[in-house]
Design a protein. Structure first.
Length: 264
């Protein structure tokens, strides 16, 4: 166990060094979320009345935060597929390291990148008027939830990357998963304007529960329509935590087994 942990840390260090050696990865990882903040803030900000003090940006930022960490699924899958295409995974196989350390280290590395991206986004949001009204403890807990959500989704990305292998196809699969979940949610607009059937889907959507949890922790009220008395609407924090644990319980063993079969 000790060797596996140290091996995973070595792979994590390799992920971080890659960012230093290829700064374009870091630049584009941070530019895209900031662009989303600016575009949604100034394009839709004047057309959606949220009723919140501070305007649309208060509703927007939790949604943008969750959308960004949701894309960890695609970035992890693409990175792993590219490593396999370059033969890097075969080189790791020849080394005396733990089998699971490679994918565990990758998920840690992607999770640490998320911390930096979230910090940059928070600064961008603050610059355009976002102000969390809760205390420092609750705000910190919201970012911890975001970190954990991105980490849980990265394990789906590992399984996708190992299963599909071709980077271009992996990218399509990743976006096919994340875009519907993001836009069929409460991330960018209240669900009350959706058809009734979509409201039920949206409120049980893991992205919606995470957004609702973050809004609650940032000191905002959540507006619910047909599902106002549902479990996710009443307990978004507990529901989000349940989803994260469930995703890791399912996808960590599946991903490790898939990697070991790939490496055998």
């Amino acid at each position: 166990m000790k060797n596996a942990a140290s091996d995973a840390l070595v792979i994590t260090k390799r992920q971080l060094l890659q960012l230093a050696r290829v700064p374009e990865l870091l630049v584009f990882s941070t530019i895209q979320p900031v662009m989303f903040v600016l575009l949604f803030r100034f394009v839709f900000g004047g057309s959606i009345d949220t009723g919140e003090s501070g305007g649309y940006v208060q509703l927007l930022m939790p949604g943008i935060f969750v959308q960004t960490v949701a894309f960890t699924l695609a970035s992890t899958a693409i990175g792993l597929a590219e490593d396999m295409k370059k033969g890097l995974i075969d080189r790791f196989r020849s080394l005396p390291i733990s089998r699971g350390a490679v994918i565990i280290g990758r998920t840690f590395g992607d999770a640490l990148l998320n911390i930096l991206v979230l910090v940059v986004m928070a600064l961008a949001g603050f610059a355009v008027g976002w102000r969390p009204t809760s205390g420092i403890l609750q705000t910190t807990l919201a970012f911890l939830f975001l970190f954990m959500f991105g980490y849980a989704l990265s394990w789906i990305g590992i399984l996708v990357g190992l299963s599909v292998k071709e980077a271009r196809t992996v990218q399509s699969v990743g976006f096919l998963v994340t875009f519907p979940l993001t836009f069929l949610s409460n991330a960018f607009a209240p669900t009350t304007g959706m058809p009734r059937a979509l409201q039920y889907f949206a409120e049980w959507n893991p992205v919606s529960t995470m957004v609702a949890a973050c809004r609650q922790l940032f000191g905002l009220e959540n507006n619910f329509g047909a599902t106002a008395n549902s479990w996710p609407s009443q307990y978004p924090l507990e529901t989000s935590l349940f989803y994260m644990v469930l995703l890791m319980v399912i996808f960590i063993p599946l991903s490790i087994r898939k990697y070991k079969n790939f490496s055998s």
